[in-house]
Design a protein around this ligand. Structure first.
Ligand SMILES: Nc1ncnc2c1ncn2[C@@H]1O[C@H](COP(=O)(O)OP(=O)(O)O)[C@@H](O)[C@H]1O
Ligand SMILES: CC(=O)OP(=O)(O)O
Ligand SMILES: [Mg+2]
Length: 400
């Protein structure tokens, strides 16, 4: 089989995650992260051939600069000759896309149109697409949408109880995100736990900077906690998750906030950061909690309580549970959060096994419940990059 590599790009609002992967084996040849873009201390960290490096980027460096640096690295390490495609994570695909797409001017128009529904994510994704097209004009570029996996949700799960015309005319509905991750970990859970793919009831909790929960019945998403935008649902690092929509009126009309300020509060100043008044980073919160910081403890308590409530709610669409998956940076590493969430679910006869819970960290996959629990909780490291790589390679091969 010929060597085939894919460049995977995940552009966040102030970051760029990237990987050059082998499309046949999934091996990562180059991985990295450019962060704090648009600020004075933008950096690009990468790992190549087992060695880690950090490059300072010019002050105020943007996605274009980060991709230019990445292109230089790819050249220096002679990684371009086997590239067959560039795969892009695109957060919002609206209702149009139920699967990945080769990027054409029409697809770019569609992503641009949905940008108003994901103002923190889609504009950055588009910047990444344009920069990669300029750097690799000869390669097929593929968009892999966070929303695609959730297009199987039934209408009663994705519609809000709002005037129907808002849906018909403006696409106001629940879309859901992190679909690539939920799809990957649920497939892995079915494989690792030996479940019957066509008769399985799985809840997946993706807990990273953004957090969402997904109910997956027989391999298909039937409900998920994020909605029109990635703000709805459970508590996140800086996002509030569900709130009373009446809050908007109170903050604007009573307290005088502008609507952009309300959006900033809900998206960037809330969640773990807002409650703890300390950090959005779960590690910092956990350290402060262990050291006796009451607000850090409260932030963890609210996070876990809300998460457990969301998980329990999905017993309705699933009518039972075979496996509960924890993934994302928090789900894969925080034994504290997993134990607290499972303690709330003890009434379901699901009980954490403390030793297994401690073992399943730092990239280790594992079941963390006792053998007699009615359903298994399992930690599965996500790999959105591998899903994006496989889709990009599949579509690129269809073209050539
Ligand atoms: N050892 C750890 N213990 C607790 N939380 C962790 C640990 N390692 C990473 N995290 C948390 O994971 C979160 C980031 O998750 P990640 O999936 O990397 O984010 P992203 O959504 O950007 O991909 C942060 O809140 C971070 O604190
Ligand atoms: C959709 C979303 O919330 O993505 P992230 O977790 O990367 O912010
Ligand atoms: Mg991640």
């Amino acid at each position: 089989m010929s060597v085939q590599h894919v460049l995977v790009l995940n552009c966040g609002s102030s970051s760029l995650k990237f990987a050059v992967m082998d499309a046949n084996s999934g091996d990562e040849l180059l991985t990295g992260l450019a962060e704090r873009l648009h600020s004075d201390d933008a950096t690009l960290k990468y790992k190549f051939a087992g060695d880690k490096h950090t490059n300072a980027l010019p002050k105020g460096a943007d996605h274009q600069t980060a991709i230019d640096t990445l292109v230089t690295l790819i050249g220096n390490f002679s990684l371009s000759q086997h590239l067959i495609a560039v795969g892009h994570r695109v957060v919002h695909g609206g209702e149009q896309f139920t699967g990945s797409q080769i990027i054409t001017p029409h697809i770019i128009d569609a992503i641009t149109q949905t940008a108003q529904l994901a103002p923190l994510h889609n504009p950055a994704n588009l910047t990444g697409i344009r920069a990669a097209q300029a750097a690799f004009p000869e390669l097929v570029q593929v968009a892999v949408f966070d929303t695609a996996f959730h297009q199987t949700m039934p209408k009663h799960a994705y519609l809000y109880a709002l005037p129907y015309s808002l849906y018909e005319r403006h696409g106001v509905r629940r879309y859901g995100f992190h679909g690539t991750s939920h799809a990957y970990v649920s497939l892995m859970a079915i494989k690792k736990l030996g479940l019957d793919a066509d008769n399985s009831r799985i809840i997946s909790a993706h807990l990273g900077n953004g957090c969402s929960v997904c109910a997956i019945k027989n391999g298909r998403s039937v409900d998920t906690s994020m909605g029109l935008t990635p703000l709805e649902g459970v508590v996140m690092g800086t996002r509030s998750g569900d709130i009373d929509p009446g809050l908007f009126d109170f903050l604007t009309n009573q307290l005088g906030y502008a609507s952009a300020e309300v959006s900033d509060i809900l998206n960037k100043q809330s969640g773990l950061l807002g409650i703890s008044e300390l950090s959005n980073d779960c590690r910092t919160i956990e350290e402060a909690h262990v050291a006796g910081n009451a607000k850090a403890t409260l932030a963890l308590d609210i996070f876990c309580y809300r998460l457990a409530k969301q998980i329990a709610a999905y017993l309705v669409p699933l009518a039972g549970l075979d496996a509960l998956i924890f993934t994302g940076g928090i789900g894969e590493n925080s034994d504290i959060i997993r134990a607290k969430v499972l303690a709330h679910l003890a009434f379901l006869d699901i009980h954490v096994d403390p030793e297994s819970n401690l073992a399943a960290r730092f990239g280790n996959l594992g079941v963390i419940t006792t053998a007699t629990s009615r359903a298994q909780a399992v930690v599965i490291p996500t790999n959105e990059e591998w899903m994006i790589c496989q889709d990009a390679a599949r579509l690129a091969k269809g073209v050539s």
